[in-house]
Design a protein around this ligand. Structure first.
Ligand SMILES: CC(C)(COP(=O)(O)OP(=O)(O)OC[C@H]1O[C@@H](n2cnc3c(N)ncnc32)[C@H](O)[C@@H]1OP(=O)(O)O)[C@@H](O)C(=O)NCCC(=O)NCCS
Length: 328
């Protein structure tokens, strides 16, 4: 019997503090930096974002999302075999120990599952889902908790208006389980390390501290150009693998980074905007958390139904990109 992996539960969490474009613009104006709601909305589609409290870490956001996903799957934490957390803003320096281990402990399931982090920046969630899918199809694990969790506000330089207005904090999670029914239909992952310089935190670890900048750096126009190209290519690759056409997609969930990039991807796939899930307006770019946040929103409001074909696409630092095509 063919074993597939299936998404059996979704969950998400946004920290309580919501900051609108107007509020952020007023804060930046106090530092002599000019921006506006109009500029941010026109260039990115973002209207507001959430920021974690000072005492909230990626694992806290992750646990809140994970509890909802586990409950939606009708499971208990003790029934999970593996926890994978995708994050570029882990609880501890160097992700040591991994945020997945902290999540495992906070969910009260210490010592009954394996746990590790995945680092592929904004593609982290599709990398983590692909990893979970491979473990499940190989028969190694039956039940995997996959989480994207970020506190990007900690790595934003609030004197750099070209980046600080674009990102936010949040977490999303899915439970993936072994099933005789599909399930994940295709996964495709890519990386091009020759483009690592266009989106990075350029500092190095030295003497136990960051030498150089510990803030996010982005060459926005270069990222934009590359993202539009690879998102189209990888969508087509995933569809070809599953022997499907763009018209077979019920829902497109691209990485929620910039509405212009997202619209460009939908257009290249000849998909109407109504088939694309958009949450970037409400939470900005939450990196590895953006896809599961959007997925959970559309599952919970009833748009995504059992049997729907959902194409999820990530793109980000590394440079990395990838797609997961799943039947719900
Ligand atoms: C960042 C991004 C929104 C910038 O949009 P853009 O149309 O390329 O704008 P530019 O970078 O060319 O800047 C245009 C002008 O706006 C200014 N500007 C930049 N940020 C601004 C802000 N927050 N408010 C007001 N003006 C701003 C720039 O200084 C520039 O001014 P100049 O022409 O006087 O030099 C866009 O490049 C982008 O979305 N890139 C991809 C980002 C992304 O998705 N990253 C994550 C991938 S995982």
């Amino acid at each position: 019997m063919t074993v597939y992996s299936r998404i059996t539960g979704t969950g998400s969490y946004l920290p309580a503090k919501r900051v609108t474009n107007e509020e952020l613009a007023a804060q930046l104006a106090g530092q002599g930096i000019e921006t506006s709601d109009e500029w941010i909305v026109t260039r990115s589609g973002i209207s507001s974002r959430h920021y974690a409290a000072a005492d909230e870490n990626a694992s806290d956001l992750a646990v809140n999302a994970a509890r909802k996903a586990i409950e939606a799957a009708g499971k208990t934490p003790g029934e999970i075999d593996l926890v994978i957390v995708a994050s570029s803003t882990p609880d501890f320096h160097g992700s040591f120990p991994s945020t997945a281990c902290i999540v495992q402990q906070k969910l009260g399931m210490a010592n009954n599952s394996a746990a590790f982090d995945v680092q592929a920046v904004c593609s982290g969630f599709v990398y983590a889902m692909s990893t979970a899918d491979a473990f499940i199809r190989a028969g190694v694990y039956k039940s995997v908790l996959v989480i994207g969790a970020e506190v990007f506000s900690r790595i934003l330089d609030f004197t750099d208006r070209t980046t600080c207005v674009l990102f936010g904090d949040g977490a999303g999670a899915v439970v993936m389980e072994a099933s005789s029914e599909p399930g994940v239909l295709a996964t495709k992952l890519h990386a091009d390390g020759s483009q690592s310089h266009i989106l990075s935190i350029p500092g190095n670890l030295a003497g136990g501290a960051v030498a150089g900048s510990g803030f996010l750096y982005m060459d926005g126009p270069a990222v934009f150009k590359l993202a539009v190209t690879v998102l189209e290519e990888v969508a087509k690759e995933a569809l070809e693998h599953a022997k499907m056409q763009p018209s077979d997609i019920d829902w497109l969930i691209p990485h929620q980074a910039n509405l212009r990039i997202m619209k460009g991807t939908a257009k290249k796939l000849d998909l109407p905007m109504e088939k694309m899930v958009v949450t970037v307006d409400q939470h900005g770019n939450t990196s590895a958390a953006s896809i599961p946040l959007a997925l959970d929103a559309a599952v919970r409001d009833g748009r995504i139904k059992k049997g729907d074909n959902v194409l999820m696409e990530g793109v980000g630092g590394g440079f990395t990109w990838g797609a997961v095509l799943a039947r719900m």
